[in-house]
Every structure is written in structure tokens, then in C-alpha cells.
Design a protein around this ligand. Structure first.
Ligand code: NDP
Length: 307
């Protein structure tokens, strides 16, 4: 039986692995379908401390993995398809290959993925003007127009953030009322650089190889219009990758794992959560890494208490 298995190998999972490995727990990381996690989907990461010249997201995650392996982490390139979690352990994990792994402690670091509109044009232009993270990519859009899709707090926050760089930010929202909290909404509504395109949905992202604009349709009038833009930011919320734990691990109504009292403890003894799958608010590489560290320390202490 393994001492600690970590599901997910983004910033949270690999940081948990570094700490667990250095605590001699010989952790096993089951990578999931996107080795390296969401950061590998972006280009330059300019806000991870320690890299004043920016670092490529893929390279950063590769370094995380090398650091975890250096101290004895075993990487398993597979996906967990089924779990059998027992309060106090041991827990059984079934992999896509059919192999079953048993572990005393489990760290869930499965991440979350941005919600997209799933338009073919949106998909085609990802990383060519289409992004889901203004904090990551906003600085690349200096003095050019951008659009933000969505009406929640993330959309307001990203729109306000983008005004630092862009010449103009247009928020496209499908209703005429924002979902965002009043304070965040007011900040955006009072910002001269932000325009709102109400009651509208995106029909197509325009441009062959780079974003050149979007075509929107007004749901009330049925009219279509083109908005020129160079950057397209989806701010439609995130979908936590927690489906296989549904009904067993406590989650909020959106599927984010609920952690106890600022720790990494879940409702099941011996099962810990870290990173974006348990964080609907911050969702940054550095906060995910911090949560991974906490989960490994909590798991180590919990295992010691069992002996
Ligand atoms: P939300 O789920 O709150 O908002 C998502 C937005 O996207 C909604 O306006 C929704 O429209 C729109 N949307 C979703 N799907 C579609 C679609 N298919 N087509 C068009 N529009 C769509 O997600 P957020 O990421 O904004 O916020 C998540 C949580 O994080 C919230 O609890 C929020 O308060 C919190 N947060 C807090 C921040 C802060 O306090 N600084 C910053 C960012 C987030 P509709 O409204 O019509 O449903």
C-alpha cells in the first residue's frame, strides 16, 4: 500500500509531491489527462515569484516535476476513473488502465478548467488572442481593444484589470443585469475604459490566425454586430474537476471541494484537497502551490498520528 497518492500534477499536486517526497513518504502522483495542469496551456507566466524575466508555463511545470522526482516522487501517467474512499483510509483508486492503487492518505489536486462557450472559432484561436486568464495574459494587450465575456465577479475583475493595458474593454453579457457583487460591478460600470454590450451572446470569434473581432447577437433585438478586438477573455466561471468524488467528498453547489478551517482537510479523514479544485476565488499558480504544500504537511502529520 502507498503512503500518499496525489491525484493531479499541476502546481498544487506537484508542490504536494515535493513536500511529501522530502518527508520520505515516497508519494505517487497520478497525472490525469493534462500533465502539468492548466499552466501548460498558457505561454509566459509573469507573476510566479522568482522569475523576473517571466517563465514559460510548460517549462515551469516541468521544473516542478523534476524537483518532485528528484526527491523520490513516482509519476504515473494515467487517469483515476473511480475512487473508493473510506473515512480513515485506506482508499482505493482505479486507474484508466484497470490498475488499482491503495493508499493510506490521498491528496486531491485535480484542478479546474475554465468554462468556454465551446464555439469552434473560440477553440481554434486559443492562445492566439483567446484566453481565460487576464491576470496571466492581460499585459500582452497594450493599447489595443479587448473583450471580456461574462457578467460575474471574475468578468468585472478581469475587465477592470485589463483597463491597465488595453485601449478599451468591452464586456459582453447575455443579460442586462450583472451577476457580480455590487462593489465589483460598480467599479467596472464607473470605469470610463469599460463599455458594456448587454443582452448579447458571442456567435463567432473572428480572425484566421489571430483574434480580429467578435460577432455578437443581441438576444432582444435579434440583431448581429461586430466588435473589433485583439484579445478575447472568457470569464464564464470555472468547472472544478471533481466529478469522480461527487456524493463522497463534501463540495459546494458548484463542485468545489470544501476544506475545513483553512486547512486542507476534507470531510473524509485521510483525504486532503489542494489547488483549484478546492478554490473558487484565487486560482493562481502560487496559491495552488501554497495549498499543495499545506496538504502535504497535513497528510504527513495525519499519517504520523495514525502510527
Ligand atoms: P460566476 O459563475 O459567478 O459567473 C459566470 C458568468 O458567466 C455569469 O455572468 C454567467 O451569466 C456567464 N456565463 C456562464 N455560462 C455562460 C454561457 N454559456 N454563455 C454566456 N454567459 C455565460 O463565475 P465567476 O468566475 O465570475 O465567479 C465565481 C466565484 O468566485 C463567485 O463566487 C465570485 O463571487 C468569486 N469571485 C470573487 C472575486 C472577488 O471577490 N475578488 C473575484 C472573482 C470571483 P449569467 O449571469 O447570465 O448566469
Amino acid at each position: 500500500m502507498e503512503k500518499v497518492v496525489i491525484i493531479g500534477c499541476g502546481a498544487a499536486g506537484l508542490t504536494a509531491a515535493i513536500y511529501a517526497a522530502r518527508a520520505n513518504l515516497a508519494p505517487v502522483v497520478v497525472t490525469g489527462s493534462l500533465p502539468g495542469g492548466l499552466l501548460t496551456q498558457t505561454t509566459d507566466v509573469e507573476n510566479y515569484p522568482g522569475f523576473p524575466e517571466a517563465v514559460n508555463g510548460f517549462d515551469l511545470m516541468f521544473k516542478f516535476q523534476q524537483q518532485a522526482e528528484r526527491f523520490g516522487t513516482k509519476m504515473v501517467n494515467d487517469t483515476v476513473v473511480k475512487v473508493e474512499l473510506v473515512d480513515g483510509g485506506p482508499h482505493k483508486l482505479e486507474l484508466g488502465s484497470g490498475e488499482v492503487i491503495e493508499t493510506a492518505a490521498l491528496i486531491i489536486a485535480t484542478g479546474a478548467s475554465p468554462r468556454w462557450l465551446s464555439l469552434p472559432s473560440e477553440d481554434r484561436l486559443k492562445n492566439h488572442g483567446v484566453s481565460a486568464c487576464a491576470t496571466c495574459d492581460g499585459a500582452f494587450y497594450r493599447d489595443v481593444p479587448v473583450v471580456v465575456i461574462g457578467g460575474g465577479d471574475t468578468a468585472m475583475e478581469e475587465a477592470s484589470f485589463l483597463t491597465k493595458f488595453a485601449s478599451k474593454v468591452t464586456v459582453v453579457h447575455r443579460r442586462d443585469e450583472l451577476r457580480a457583487s455590487k462593489i465589483m460591478a460598480d467599479r467596472a460600470l464607473n470605469n470610463d475604459k469599460i463599455e458594456f454590450c448587454w443582452d448579447s451572446v458571442v456567435e463567432e470569434v473572428l480572425g484566421e490566425t489571430e483574434v480580429e473581432g467578435i460577432r455578437v447577437k443581441n438576444l432582444k433585438t435579434g440583431e448581429s454586430a461586430v466588435i473589433d478586438c485583439v484579445g478575447y477573455f472568457a470569464a464564464l466561471g470555472h468547472v472544478p474537476s471533481t466529478q469522480i468524488f461527487a456524493g463522497v467528498v463534501d463540495m459546494d453547489d458548484k463542485g468545489f471541494i470544501i476544506l475545513k478551517n483553512s486547512s486542507s482537510y476534507t470531510n473524509i479523514a485521510g483525504v486532503f484537497g489542494a489547488g483549484d479544485c478546492a478554490d473558487s476565488v484565487y486560482r493562481q499558480a502560487v496559491t495552488a502551490a501554497g495549498m499543495g504544500c499545506k496538504a502535504a504537511i497535513d497528510a504527513e502529520r495525519w499519517l504520523a498520528d495514525q502510527e
